[in-house]
Design a protein around this ligand. Structure first.
Ligand code: ADP
Ligand code: NA
Length: 327
């Protein structure tokens, strides 16, 4: 019998920003209540595909663990673990890599984009989507919350499930995408692009640990336009519409409700309202991150427990895979 199981991963690239929280993590919290089995992984193996610093990585892993817990990931409902501590991910990646053709990977968008940026990419970056497939299939996951940018990678995981089953006998369900229905949060400085941690512009990105003053300042400086009334029209008025999107999401309103709350306010006054809503929503998360970070031993113990529970699933699974392959 196939159990409905959710798997998702996030790279330990530092504290998440408001877009990550509203576009992904909020949904992760909801899913842990809806599915009988849920795994969330801090995918540190993925984060060494690009140049990296070991001390920074170690710190980022703990920051991400604290952030996920503070956002509401509950270790009693979801297995929260560190990918590199379950070595079966890497071993299974090798086996799946032997079932993957080079051209299948060459055309995937992230490889094209990132290898071009660096002029030359590593083998690790090239096979990154195979490692993602390994992450997902290792737990016979059935549902994978992803952003649209990850759909093609999930398709590779689906193909590899099929190819493995064909070669070695039915074993893996084909994992389905759970696309987030949340609108993308845009950069505060350039609302034509999404809010991103790698944005080099100051004031463009709100991090979930930003202080109330920082949040208020960033929103006050957000690009809008010369119309003072607040309306929602992402095409013609991307800046103001982004504020409405953010307001609606953090205050759990519909877009219509957010616009009607702005009635009679000019964009300047509306920015004050949006700031208050963001500050209110992030304040408890920020406090909780600080509390968790003050006790790294406790945080490490929580991760160790998650790692152990993940291994309990991964070890027998990979034994079966090895047996099928002929080892
Ligand atoms: P970044 O672009 O900051 O590097 P990632 O690509 O690591 O973020 O994304 C991690 C998760 O957060 C993904 O599920 C992605 O879809 C979601 N996400 C990232 N940026 C945004 C955004 N601006 N709005 C909504 N969701 C986002
Ligand atoms: Na990204």
């Amino acid at each position: 019998p196939i159990i409905a199981r959710v798997f998702s991963g996030i790279q330990p690239t530092g504290v998440p920003h408001l877009g990550n929280y509203l576009g992904a993590l909020e949904n992760w919290v909801a899913l842990q209540n809806e599915y009988p089995s849920v795994l969330y992984s801090i995918v540190d193996l993925h984060s060494i595909t690009q140049p990296q610093n070991p001390d920074k990585l170690r710190n980022n892993i703990l920051d991400m663990a604290a952030s996920l817990l503070a956002c509401g990931i509950n270790p009693e409902k979801a297995i929260l673990f560190q990918q590199s501590q379950v070595s079966e991910h890497a071993e299974f990646c090798w086996i799946l890599g032997c079932l993957t053709s080079m051209p299948r990977l060459r055309h995937l968008p992230q490889w094209k984009m990132k290898s071009k940026q660096k002029n030359e990419g590593s083998v690790g970056l090239y096979i990154y989507p195979v490692l993602q497939a390994s992450d997902i299939l290792l737990y016979k996951s059935t549902h994978v919350p992803v952003g649209e940018d990850q759909v093609q990678h999930l398709e590779l995981a689906q193909d590899l499930a099929r190819i493995f089953n064909l070669h070695y006998g039915e074993l893996f369900p084909e994992p389905q995408a759970l696309l987030s229905s949340t609108r993308k949060v845009k950069s505060l400085r350039d609302p034509s692009s999404k809010m991103s941690k790698s944005d080099s512009q100051a004031m463009a990105t709100i991090f979930i640990t930003d202080s109330p003053d920082d949040i208020a300042l960033k929103i006050r400086r957000a690009i809008t336009d010369f119309t003072s009334e607040v309306t929602f029209d992402p095409q013609a008025r991307p800046g103001v519409s982004n504020l409405v999107t953010i307001h609606a999401a953090v205050a759990r309103l519909s877009v219509e409700e957010a616009v009607s709350a702005a009635k009679g306010l000019d964009t300047g006054a509306y920015k004050g309202l949006v700031s208050e809503a963001v500050i209110q929503r992030l304040a408890p998360i920020r406090d909780e991150i600080q509390r968790l970070k003050a006790d790294p031993a406790h945080l490490e113990a929580l991760l160790a427990l998650g790692n152990r529970r993940a291994r309990e699933l991964a070890v027998p699974m990979l034994d079966e895979v090895r047996h099928r392959v002929g080892f």
